[in-house]
Design a protein around this ligand. Structure first.
Ligand code: MLT
Length: 398
């Protein structure tokens, strides 16, 4: 008789963004002529940069010829992409990594969840609350104990250290969903904590390209000692509109270890390589060529222009909402705005009100964790005229 993984009883029946999409679909079915604007999931709304499209076309032509066709890709990425990552994302910021420490993949969502495959089920996992739901859900699926670190206005959305020493700590900065950051000294305290407690930090830096302030680290490896204690996740989804193309990478330093049951140190880089080479067959050649194109000078210019466009959207949401009396965080170093719901409404009550009265979709804060109750997230990944229209509609119903 087949048995299920009983740990699934410890997570909600729907993934947050699937639940939001389901409710929006129902609303649209009941109101077919309504013009609903989404500031919900952080997804591509602008066309993909021309350099990326040209690279896709060129790589596709290579696939059409017997002499240049490519088969299975190297499971951790082609050298042309790994070298570009090492140079532009790290060396240019004073961080030295080796090619063997980069693992190109099909997305940071899968990597931040799959990394649990190489970690024991008896680790205590500390996760900020609110958080990107993948961290809590995947750890509960694996039966791990989770300790939540509430990030609230009282602590300026800066996570407190766990009450019990945590083995694994998820940090996402710039933060999804609150849009807040940790400065260099705050991140250093977490690295020091991890060194002192022999913990592993899983650092999700998917939004680093949106950082505008100088004291905000782009990589955890800018902090001394981090190589001993941290894995970092990066994504092309938000940086260069790859939500539909799928490409990301994970950095696992070679000296990073965890212990086995005999107390011996085991390389996490070796375990992750073993996991990836068994369960993953590499990212498509065409997609890796597309990702490499964003590291060319023209690629950097074009992607910067798109990021600036989204961050201008963030200002166009933040400033009017603040003038209307709402408390708004984020939107300066991240494409997310974290808003206190007005009139004491719960997050889902505000969701229903916005959808029903303003025909605007956002993401209820409580979907990111209990500490998100009473908050609401807007994304800046919108088309300009729709963002402006959505803000006008929101303000009218406040
Ligand atoms: C979000 O809206 O939080 C993200 O775009 C969802 C994701 O990256 O999976």
């Amino acid at each position: 008789m087949v048995k299920i993984n009983e740990h699934y009883a410890n997570i909600g029946s729907n993934y947050l963004f699937s639940e939001v999409a389901r409710r929006v679909r129902e609303y649209k079915a009941a109101h077919p002529s309504s013009n609903v604007i989404s500031l919900g999931i952080g997804d591509v709304t602008r066309e993909i940069a021309p350099v990326v499209i040209q690279a896709i076309h060129a790589a596709t032509r290579e696939m059409a010829s017997e002499t240049t066709v490519r088969g299975y890709p190297p499971e951790a990425g082609y050298d042309f992409l790994v070298d570009a990552i090492l140079e532009r994302d790290f060396r240019a910021r004073g961080v030295q990594l080796s090619p063997a420490e980069i693992f190109v993949s099909d997305g940071a969502k899968s990597d931040t969840g799959n990394i649990g495959d190489i970690l024991g089920a008896d680790n205590l996992v500390a996760i900020t609350d609110p958080a990107y739901p993948v961290y809590v859900d995947t750890n509960r699926m694996a039966g791990r104990q989770v300790e939540l670190l509430p990030c609230l206005p009282d602590n300026d959305f800066c996570p407190p250290f766990p009450a019990r020493p945590a083995d694994v700590i998820y940090l996402c900065y710039p933060n999804n969903p609150t849009g807040t950051t940790l400065d260099r000294s705050q991140l250093k305290r977490w690295v020091d904590y991890a060194i002192a407690h022999r913990s592993l930090i899983l650092f999700d830096a998917a939004y680093e390209a949106f950082i505008s302030e100088p004291d905000v680290p782009h990589s955890i490896y800018e902090i001394e000692g981090a190589r001993q204690v941290a894995i970092e996740f990066r994504s092309f989804s938000k940086t260069a509109g790859f939500t539909g193309l799928r490409c990301a990478y994970t950095v696992v330093p070679e000296e990073l270890t965890a212990t086995d049951s005999s107390g011996a140190a085991v390389s996490l880089n070796a375990l992750w390589r073993r996991r990836q080479s068994t369960k993953f067959n590499g990212t498509a050649y065409i997609i890796q060529r597309a990702a490499a194109a964003i590291y060319t000078p023209e690629g950097q210019r074009q992607t910067r222009e798109i990021i600036d466009y989204y961050m201008q959207n963030a200002r166009l949401i933040k400033e009017p909402l603040e003038r209307a009396g709402l408390a708004v965080r984020g939107g300066v170093n991240a494409p997310y705005l974290w808003v206190k719901t007005p009139g004491g409404l719960t997050s889902w009550q505000f969701f229903d009100r916005l959808l029903g009265e303003a025909r605007v979709v956002g993401t209820p804060g409580s979907g990111f964790g209990a500490a998100g109750e009473g908050f609401f997230r807007f994304t800046a990944f919108g088309r300009r005229r729709e963002v402006e229209e959505a803000v006008e509609r929101i303000i009218k119903i406040l």
